[in-house]
Ligand binder design. Structure first.
Ligand SMILES: Cc1ncc(COP(=O)(O)O)c(C=O)c1O
Length: 405
């Protein structure tokens, strides 16, 4: 069988594979705790359900414009005005199949083979493969000071004649780090000066803690949107707990949105109209669910941080937002794949190997689940890893015996 070069270069999404693994183990009746998840557990907003149900009941579920239905564009325009202080036109907006597709289509619209796309490390698992899908070269930038907070010099040093775009995701999946306002301002300035696209993946921008304020990158742009190389990415997946609805969007200059729409038109003809209606319901409906989720996540983060402190030798940077942390377990095991596999095998706790995000020796742990899952999951991990643990651990009425050192 002959597979294309690009096809061969793409790996399965490790986070999606992990979700499948959790489902299979649960089906077998294993008492799995999923600390690898990437979605809030709260229900989708009622306004979203009602809006989608009303459209479904009409029985007329048709093709829609490839760049999104007018209602959704209107809601996104309002969102953009509220969150970025800029009134944009419908021609500046493209709705897509999740933020993921919006980023993918943006990259397809701008990246030529062999051109480079820079992003700070640790990075979201999909960025390298998305860039490769365009024939481009992913360039992860590891902050020189060993933190999760890149400095503008780190980025600047990696810019060359092939650099086409920079992707910034803050707060960041997997570290939870929210980059400083000064850094965001400097990246915007750098991209405008060097004529490089700036993809702002703002999918977690409302899920931030400790009284931090949302950062608006557009505030630092010196160009009108039509001349700007900035592409704002957002969606309803995380803040509205609507991951399965698959609605995200891009806001950018008209020319680019036109090209992206042409691409998307041939790929999928745009997202399902039914799910776009749900997103309209969420965006125009009661917004209190976001703050409730944010408060719950902040509390969960505090619980997870307190529990992780009880480990000897685990280092973790306290996340500023999202629902992830990236903890350094290299004192226990250098290979994050081995460690993650051991934790599934011995204590049925799912974690994501840090190497998938560019950070070997680390594990990404999610705190979007229940407090019970967080506390019990970390307790099981501690039992598995600490050589001074008692010999036995009970999970329900199952007795685990520690037969490893
Ligand atoms: C950083 C980042 N960007 C984009 C996405 C994709 O979001 P969506 O579910 O809207 O496609 C995710 C999802 O995990 C993410 O973590």
């Amino acid at each position: 069988m002959s597979i294309s070069q690009i096809g061969r270069s793409i790996k399965a999404s490790p986070t999606l594979a992990l979700n499948e693994k959790a489902a299979i183990l649960r089906q077998k009746g294993d008492p799995v705790i999923h600390l690898g998840g990437g979605e809030p557990k709260s229900k989708a907003p009622l306004d979203a359900i009602v809006a989608a149900a009303a459209h479904l009941n009409s029985g007329e579920i048709r093709y829609a414009p490839a760049d999104g239905i007018p209602d959704l564009k209107k809601a996104i325009i309002r969102y953009t005005e509220e969150n970025y202080g800029r009134m944009v036109a419908p021609e500046n907006v493209m709705a897509s199949g999740g933020a993921k597709q919006a980023i993918m289509v943006a990259l397809q619209a701008i990246v030529n083979p062999q051109e480079e796309v820079i992003f700070p490390s640790p990075y979201w698992v999909s960025y390298p493969d998305m860039v490769k899908l365009c024939g481009g070269i992913p360039v992860p930038v590891v902050p020189e000071d060993g933190t999760f907070y890149p400095r503008i010099e780190d980025i600047e040093q990696r810019i060359g004649s092939y650099t086409k775009a920079i992707i910034i995701n803050s707060p960041n999946n997997p570290s939870g780090a929210m980059y400083s306002e000064e850094f965001i301002a400097a990246v915007v300035e750098l991209c405008e000066k060097r004529d490089i696209y700036l993809i702002m993946d703002d999918i977690y921008h409302k899920l931030i803690f400790d009284g931090r304020k949302q950062i608006n990158p557009l505030k630092y742009s010196k160009k009108p949107l039509e001349e700007s190389n900035m592409i704002l990415i957002n969606g309803v997946s995380k803040a509205y707990a609507m991951t399965g609805f698959r609605i995200g969007w891009a806001v950018a200059n008209r020319k680019l949105i036109e090209v992206m729409t042409n691409i998307q038109g041939h790929q999928t003809s745009g997202p399902s109209v039914l799910l776009q209606k749900a997103a309209v319901g969420a965006l125009n409906g009661i917004q209190s669910g976001i703050e409730n989720l944010r408060v719950t996540l902040e509390n969960n983060r505090n619980i997870m941080m307190a529990r992780l402190k009880s480990f000897n030798g685990v280092h973790v940077t306290v996340p500023d937002g999202t629902f992830y942390c990236l903890a350094d377990f290299s004192n226990y095991e250098k290979s994050s794949h081995k460690l993650s596999a051991m934790l599934i095998d011995k204590v049925q706790v799912l974690t994501v190997p840090g190497v998938e995000f560019g950070m070997e020796g680390h594990l990404r742990l999610s705190y979007c689940g229940s407090v019970k899952d967080i506390t019990e999951g970390i307790e099981r991990m501690k039992w598995a890893l600490d050589p001074n643990s008692p010999n036995e651990l009970y999970i329900g009425d199952r007795k685990l015996v520690r037969d490893w050192s």
